[in-house]
Design a protein. Structure first.
Length: 122
């Protein structure tokens, strides 16, 4: 049964195409973990705290359908499956590095804005 990747809500728009392929709460975190090394499903579950088995499965399938992730069976079913980034998936690494850099700056900015509130003297 063929699976469909997440549809692009605005046809021919490169920004929404990118968000459809790698957007959401978990995909970039999974890509980051796979950029470190290929991983078994169970290892990914441990490395991405808070993600459910169902959601991780869905995210991996969508990224596999988009050619970002490769799935390799290591033997007869039910043997473990190893996931890795495809060559196309590795083309996301500069984007991932930019997002990480921006995120670090954003966290620092937010920390700087979280100064203790003092009561006004009346």
């Amino acid at each position: 049964m063929a699976r469909a990747s997440k549809p692009n809500p605005v046809p021919d728009c490169p920004l929404t195409a990118a968000v459809a392929a790698i957007g959401g709460k978990w995909k970039l975190i999974v890509v980051y973990q796979l950029s470190q090394s290929p991983q078994h499903f169970a290892a990914l579950r441990r490395l991405v705290p808070g993600i459910s088995q169902k959601v991780l499965t869905e995210q991996l399938r969508e990224m596999e359908d988009d050619g970002i992730v490769e799935r390799r069976q290591t033997g007869a079913v039910p043997s473990p499956v190893v996931y890795s980034l495809s060559a196309y998936g590795r083309s996301l690494l500069p984007v991932l590095d930019s997002v990480l850099g921006w995120g670090r700056g954003h966290l620092a900015r937010r920390r700087g804005a979280q100064r203790p509130h003092t009561r006004r003297q009346q």
